[in-house]
Design a protein around this ligand. Sequence first.
Ligand code: HEC
Length: 116
Amino acid sequence: MRLVSSLLPVRRAGLLGAAALAASLIGAPALAQGIEATMNKAGCLACHTVDKKLVGPAYKDVAAKYKGKPEMVATLSAKVRKGGQGVWGPVPMPPTGPDKISDADLKSAIEWVLSR
Ligand code: HEC
């Protein structure tokens, strides 16, 4: 019985660890799906993916470019609103109005992009 009782705490910790892992697995992608769904509706994902350049730059490249510059959130939000070109090449990004994505969602979207 000594063996069983000395194993018990380990098993309990294992279960707790598994529960915490499950919670973080469920929690994080659910959040990403929320903003990704919003961005999909706004049309962002027609031109951008996280990993590959499409019409626009890959979001992970955008994140790398502005790494450690959280002040760029406002600048980049304004750029998405007004559209623009020349930073990644000659292809312009068209404007995306508040009818497509709210200010709050746009800010979340840019923060999500910069954390890729
Ligand atoms: C029709 C295609 C298209 C759509 C739709 C689009 N983009 Fe872009 N996006 C581009 C292109 C092209 C660029 C590169 C512009 C440049 O070189 O300055 C770009 C650049 C960006 C950048 C980097 C800007 C910079 O100055 O470095 C961000 C951030 C971005 N897009 C986010 C978004 C978000 C968020 C949405 C949705 C609300 C969106 N884009 C919708 C084509 C698109």
